[in-house]
Structures are given as structure tokens and as C-alpha cells.
Ligand binder design. Structure first.
Ligand code: ZN
Length: 114
């Protein structure tokens, strides 16, 4: 018996974006989200006089806060957590955070330092 010539090429299923329905490679939703959001970066003094940099206004449905936090922690070599949709970084990093967010594709005009 000859094996069937119709060999199904097992195409890697690319992930489909749940917003626009396009494969993730073609999807620009995240890019659009990055341009249309208003992000506030501020520093806040908390318990024991510790300074935290707070990043507010990032839409967690559009942007992976976890990934973003990971990147920021790596770049700034600091600790940080996500609390109710805001990112909290240890230390005063407002200017650096803005720079990094711009590098990641966020529009400079969308980022406001409070
Ligand atoms: Zn999309």
C-alpha cells in the first residue's frame, strides 16, 4: 500500500488575537492600545519613607502588565509588584520609566509624569 500523497502539512497554528481576529503576527491591537492610552507615572512615599514609582492607566486587557513589569524590573534592577492594575516599582524611577515605555512603543504624548 502506497501511503497517501496528501500529506497534510502541519502548519503551526498561529495565535489569533481575540480583539481583531487576525493572527498575532499581523495584529496591531497592542500597538494601537499603546498609542491611545494615557499613562501616569508618579512617585509616592509610602510606609517607612520608602519611595515607590507608580505606573497607572495601562489597560491590562490590552497590555500584559506582567510582561511589562518583568521588563521594567530587569531594566531598572529593582523590585516591583502589580496592584489592582497599577505597577509599583521600588525606588524613584519616573524619568527612566517614561524612557523605557517609549522604547517599548508607547507614545511619548501618552505618558505623563505627575
Ligand atoms: Zn488584534
Amino acid at each position: 500500500m502506497k501511503k497517501s500523497m496528501v500529506r497534510r502539512t502541519k502548519k503551526e497554528m498561529s495565535e489569533i488575537c481575540s480583539i481583531c481576529g487576525l493572527p498575532k503576527e499581523l495584529c496591531v491591537c497592542e500597538a494601537i492600545a499603546k498609542e491611545s492610552q494615557k499613562i501616569f507615572v508618579k512617585s509616592e512615599k509610602k510606609k517607612f519613607g520608602k519611595i515607590y514609582t507608580i505606573i497607572e492607566g495601562i489597560d491590562a486587557k490590552e497590555i500584559s502588565l506582567k510582561e511589562l513589569l518583568k521588563g521594567l524590573k530587569n531594566r531598572l534592577a529593582c523590585g516591583g509588584t502589580i496592584k489592582q492594575g497599577t505597577i509599583e516599582l521600588q525606588g524613584e524611577h519616573t524619568k527612566e520609566v517614561k524612557k523605557i515605555l517609549i522604547e517599548l512603543g508607547f507614545a511619548p504624548s501618552a505618558i505623563e509624569i505627575k
